[in-house]
Design a protein around this ligand. Structure first.
Ligand SMILES: [Zn+2]
Length: 318
């Protein structure tokens, strides 16, 4: 089994403390998010996570993707599409990922990890999916007649994003689509839009979907992705749902800590969910991760939850 995260982590913001950063700040060049990324990477590696993320510390999941795309504007947290969507750059910005990879490699050196140990580890690239991006935005001035047209257009834009993540050397790419379980999304368009991205990259592709999957799993099993990632701690019935489709499922991201709840689950509680996952799909088909992003949790609780999750996974292996 491999441990991973869904993506976001509590962003630690710090004012510049040393002289170099104070000078950079005076010049308007201090980037407080670099410290946040360093913190996220360190915490995830210390907790024992195999495939980490850069923590999506810079903004919420919609803004962080929209900021790289022409056609989006924001009023507070409300996103609007006011022109046809296209990349801001022919080479999408991967600065945060690059920085996280540097920190990760430095941590691996400090830990004296062997080549074999490093092989299992790495970082994932995160993309907020086209269906969630469009369904959480308003389309102004009939720029697109139908939401579905905007979704497919955005998929084409996100292909460049996915390829740039792959070039940076990510171990896998995850598309986050919390909207897929809401019943608001046309699942045929969703499939077409996700498949457009998946056929454009070679690294394993995961699709993360939040909440109760009982109405959508029958559709999701036909998507061309390597891993379907769901929550099982906050939505325990999802275990029964995947049982019904176990013959059709490939690999599963087994969310086994509740990211909406600040209670730190015991190792025993987490082990119970992992063992149920193993009984249904076999350990070789599981990625062990939290239910969802951890952005809204207090920092220490996020870390304790991750640590117990990794300890639970290891207790089963030994
Ligand atoms: Zn989620």
């Amino acid at each position: 089994m491999i441990s991973t995260v869904v993506g976001s982590y509590p962003p630690l913001k710090q004012n510049p403390s040393n002289l170099k950063n104070k000078i950079l700040n005076m010049m308007g060049l201090y980037d407080c998010y670099k410290i946040a990324i360093e913190h996220v990477v360190t915490k995830q590696i210390t907790a024992g996570i195999d495939i980490i993320s850069d923590g999506q510390v810079r903004d919420n999941m919609v803004k962080i993707t929209a900021n790289k795309i022409f056609g989006y504007e924001f009023e507070g947290n409300i996103s609007k599409i006011n022109s046809k969507l296209r990349s801001k750059s022919s080479v999408p910005d991967t600065g945060d990922l690059k920085y996280a990879i540097n920190v990760m490699n430095r941590k691996f050196d400090e830990l004296n990890l062997s080549k074999k140990e490093r092989k299992k580890k790495g970082i994932k690239g995160l993309i907020t999916g086209p269906n969630t991006m469009i369904h959480s935005s308003t389309i102004e001035n009939k720029v697109y007649k139908r939401k579905e047209d905007a979704i497919l257009d955005l998929s084409e834009v996100l292909i460049a994003e996915a390829r740039s993540l792959e070039i940076e050397g990510v171990k896998m790419i995850q598309i986050d689509e919390p909207f897929l379980s809401t019943g608001l999304v046309d699942m045929e368009i969703a499939k077409e839009s996700i498949n457009l991205i998946s056929k454009s990259v070679n690294v394993p592709l995961a699709l993360h979907c939040c909440g109760d999957i009982s109405n959508v799993l029958k559709n999701l099993i036909d998507f061309n992705v390597d891993i379907l990632d769901f929550e099982f701690a906050g939505s325990k019935n999802n275990l029964n749902v995947i049982k019904d489709y176990s013959d059709d499922l490939n690999k599963i991201g087994l969310g086994c800590i509740d990211t909406k709840n600040q209670k730190v689950e015991s190792i025993n509680e987490i082990t119970t969910i992992i063992e149920e996952g193993i009984n249904i799909l076999g350990s070789e088909n599981l990625y062990i991760d939290p239910d969802c992003g951890m952005r809204i949790l207090p920092d220490e609780i996020a870390f304790s939850k991750l640590k117990n999750m990794v300890d639970a996974m290891k207790s089963i292996k030994s």
